[in-house]
Design a protein around this ligand. Structure first.
Ligand code: KG4
Ligand code: ZN
Length: 322
């Protein structure tokens, strides 16, 4: 059995996955409420909370799977990229568990984890495929050739990530944090053609979302508190439409250029209902596996080269991939 741990941002997560990719448990303890009043994740607060939650979350993942640590053969943990203090909690916990049991440890890249959310049962996606990875920290078009090696980057955001744009937009609209799911919900009651928000056209297969955010800011500024109240669904729907259009257009363009026949969408923004509906030709990761979780980390661990006991004691976390 593979025990996965994920603590790169504000979700403390542990999961148990079988060697053939079945999820036995997938426990995610979100700290969103804790950070909501600050309008975003406070790194130091996140690290401290991870420290409190990591042991009970691992225990719960094992209990839900009806297993004990005796059944675990491999530990997989997110080593980066993410908040360094948050990552260190997961890495230290994973090392301690693996070392105590003389188990091998797989250091998983968070982005590889998001891609590996597609490799789980019951409907795994098989490489090669074109992958749109859209999360709070990244927006990437990737050429995925196999389960393990680093995917080739075809396009990336030049400024904000798509999830970041959703979160910043939500903030401008006076919605809670994290904002993507809130915009998704409120947009259902709105008219997506009420506002003409620009979809930035940058060369190649890259993305840009900062202009869109500014356009929303100007529209919001023109409204009184009361007007904003009534126009909020229209603003949310139009803003969401612009982001989804940009993502869908670029993904189709990339598929055209690479000739990819399989297209997949992963990451927190892949949970967006309009994006899922717009990219009908794509396979989106299962809803529960879009936002950060540890099942995807255990899934990636299946295809990585684990470090045998005790070679991983010096393993370090990294904040960014570069
Ligand atoms: O993958 P993820 O959980 O964390 C990172 O690796 O960044 O992605 C979180 C992002 C947040 O920006 C959140 O607002 C966005 O995913 N998100 C959504 C939806 N659910 C989460 N964005 C749009 N629509 C959603 N339904
Ligand atoms: Zn993520």
């Amino acid at each position: 059995m593979i025990l996965g741990l994920e603590t790169s941002c504000d979700e403390t997560a542990a999961a148990v996955v079988t060697p053939d990719g079945r999820i036995l448990s997938n426990v995610v303890s979100s700290q969103a409420d804790l950070h909501a009043r600050y309008g975003g994740v406070v790194p130091e607060v996140a690290s401290r909370r991870h420290l409190e939650l990591v042991t009970p979350v691992v225990q719960e993942a094992l209990a839900e799977a009806n297993l004990t640590l005796d059944d675990v053969d491999l530990v997989g943990v997110t080593a980066g990229p993410g908040l360094i203090g948050a990552l260190l909690v997961g890495v230290a916990a994973a090392k301690a568990i693996a070392w105590a049991r003389r188990l091998p440890l797989a250091a998983v890249d968070h982005l590889h984890g998001h891609i590996a959310s597609l490799y789980l049962e019951p409907d795994p996606v098989e490489p090669p495929f074109l992958c749109l990875l859209a999360s709070g920290g990244h927006t990437l078009l990737l050429d995925v050739q196999d389960h393990n090696s680093k995917a080739r980057v075809l396009g990336a955001t030049l400024d904000d990530a798509a999830g970041e744009a959703f979160d910043k937009g939500a903030r401008l609209l006076g919605l809670g944090y994290p904002g993507g799911a809130e915009i998704d919900r409120i947009a259902r009651a709105g008219d997506p053609s009420a506002y003409e928000f620009p979809v930035a056209r940058v060369p190649g297969l890259d993305f840009s979302f900062s202009g869109l955010k500014t356009a929303l800011l100007y529209s919001v500024r023109e409204l009184s508190e009361k007007e904003l109240e009534s126009r909020r669904p229209d603003l949310a729907a139009s803003f969401q439409r612009a982001i989804v259009r940009a993502l869908a257009e670029r993904t189709r363009q990339a598929a055209g250029q690479t000739g990819a026949t399989t297209i997949a969408v992963v990451g927190g923004v892949a949970a967006n209902s309009e994006l899922r509906a717009a990219l009908t030709e794509a396979t989106a990761a299962p809803l529960a596996l879009c936002t950060d979780n540890a099942a995807m980390i255990a899934s990636a661990a299946r295809f990585s080269n684990p470090v045998p006991y005790p070679g991983y004691l010096g393993l370090d976390a990294y904040a960014s991939s570069a």
